[in-house]
Design a protein around this ligand. Structure first.
Ligand code: COA
Length: 478
């Protein structure tokens, strides 16, 4: 990591300050060093214009052993924030998603390209002795190893925590697994398994229907996000302790964390019905567990999905309408029911609860006369929170998302231009670095020579050994 500058010695002016402040300053200035001999103090604030003081994670090197979605989401975010992410892939094959759901023949799929931007790719056969030598050098050189193999796979490669920690005590080893320690810890897990086991599926969908998985990849990408937070936190702690640690984000835990409000409701059930669920206004009794709530709001402000003009032919002509209590009067005026403002059956949130179904039916009579964008415009003028259902087509074409860098077009040497999701987290001093994904092994030699210090002759030897190249099928057949 980039060295932090030592704080400057206290100036004479500071020394003259009142005693209380001096004590405070003295307490703040640790003057201690960590195991690396680096100062723990912060440097003085940069004078460089915002956005020109380097990227947030500049200097952090990542050995990226991730594949499919959860792990790659994590490392892509770290790369956007400036980390040097070196993705290790099996020679000749690479991340399995390179070839999954291909839309352009022989080009890396969008599945791969949209999850592996801004990274470098190095091919290494981890089961080849020379491949292991390269990995050893990477472990000594990198700050973080990120992996999401099936349980035990990293250990089977010989890369146990003990081994890695001995080789590089500063290394952070971060893993995504399906489950944390317990009865299912050995299981392989994909997105929807996590959605089911983390409480999302049982609480999603309509009461009359089966459990439903959501389109948002909360199990994979959601866990990748959790892992990224764990990694930067461990990097921060390492500044003080000088040592690495293990970071685990289990997909079940990540999904549950995102379903926290449903665990809230499970506990509320013990004290009575969940009055904001439309089931309550329909007089349907609650069972023992949190039911599926359709499009009910997850919070205390009743809401529902309503049809807008054109819904008969456009599957996305809907608006999400929240009857937030403070703007009830504005809602009544808009839909042409001004008497509801004072009518005791409608005037208070409590009085409205058993009537929500008919209230939303009345609001829908109004929204059906307008497009979702018209409803959006009219309602937002008077602070009524509403949300248009945007199709992926509308999102892909949305100019404002392009402007903010949330949707980015990048150019790829094989597939040409494609859209990707840029960094959803905006840092005012660290512009996102969003670049295309690497070709398989595109940076193998560059990393071997420039990062790991191999000489040209050594690289030639490694190449011959088969540790970084796919086995020659024609020779194998001969
Ligand atoms: N060189 C040589 N071998 C390599 C290699 C390389 N560069 N990279 C990976 N491998 C090997 C591993 O050593 C392992 O072999 P082993 O089982 O013989 O020890 C194998 O490739 C990878 O195995 P695995 O992770 O089991 O892949 P899989 O395709 O069978 O399973 C998952 C995929 C996603 C189900 C599984 O990895 C998993 O459960 N991961 C944790 C949870 C997770 O992240 N799920 C979400 C995915 S989006």
């Amino acid at each position: 990591m980039a060295k932090s500058k030592r704080p400057k010695a206290k100036s004479r002016a500071a020394a003259k300050k009142p005693a209380r402040k001096v004590v405070k300053l003295a307490a703040r200035k640790p003057a201690k060093t960590n195991g690396n001999g680096k100062s723990n103090g912060l440097p003085k604030p940069s004078n460089k214009p915002y956005g020109q003081a380097g990227l947030a994670l500049q200097g952090v090197r990542i050995l990226d052993f991730t594949h499919v979605q959860s792990g790659p989401t994590c490392t892509q975010l770290l790369a956007y924030m400036g980390a040097d992410v070196m993705k290790v892939e099996r020679p000749g094959a690479g991340d399995i998603t390179r070839g999954q759901l291909r839309d352009v023949p022989n080009a890396d799929s969008l599945y791969f390209t949209m999850l592996n931007g801004t990274k470098r790719s190095i091919t290494i056969d981890s089961k080849h002795p020379k491949g292991m030598d390269i990995l050893n050098r990477m472990i000594k050189t990198c700050d973080v190893l990120v992996e999401n193999f099936a349980p035990g796979a990293l250990d089977r490669m010989g890369l146990t925590w003990e081994y890695i920690h001995k080789l590089n005590p500063r290394m952070i080893v971060a893993s995504v697994k399906g489950f944390g320690p317990g009865p299912y810890e050995e299981c392989k897990v994909y997105e929807n398994v996590a959605q089911c086991a983390g409480g999302a599926a049982s609480t999603t969908g309509f009461r009359e229907g089966p459990p439903l998985v959501t389109g948002a990849q909360i199990g994979d990408s959601g866990t990748g996000l959790h892992l990224a937070l764990g990694i930067v936190t461990a990097l921060y702690q390492r500044v003080r302790t000088g040592r690495g640690q293990r970071v685990l984000a289990a997909m079940q835990d990540g999904v549950l964390n995102l379903c926290r409000v449903k665990l809230r409701d499970q506990q509320r059930l013990a004290h009575g019905p969940l009055t904001e669920y439309s089931q309550f206004s329909e007089g349907v009794p609650f069972g023992k567990a949190v039911p599926r709530a359709g499009n009910d709001s997850g919070g205390g402000q009743p809401a529902w999905l309503l049809k807008c003009k054109g819904w008969e032919t456009d599957p996305d002509a809907y608006i999400y309408f929240i009857t937030q209590a403070p703007v009830w009067a504005e809602i009544c005026d808009l839909i042409g029911e001004p008497t509801w403002k004072t009518d005791p059956d409608y005037a208070t949130p409590k009085a409205r609860l058993p009537r929500l179904k008919s209230i939303f039916a009345r609001i829908e009579q109004w929204t059906e006369t307008k497009t979702k964008f018209e409803v959006m415009e009219i309602c937002n003028k008077v602070d009524i929170p509403v949300g248009p259902i945007l199709s992926m087509k509308e999102i892909a074409e949305d100019e404002s998302l392009r402007k903010t860098g949330t949707v980015v077009e990048v150019d790829h040497p094989v597939r040409g231009k494609y859209l990707t999701v840029g960094n959803p987290i905006k840092l005012s001093d660290s512009p996102a670095k969003v670049e295309r994904s690497p070709l398989l092994g595109e940076h193998t030699e560059e990393i071997l020579s420039k990062v790991l210090g191999y000489k040209a002759a050594e690289i030639a030897d490694i190449k011959k050994s088969g540790a970084i190249t796919a086995p020659d099928k024609s020779k194998a057949a001969a």
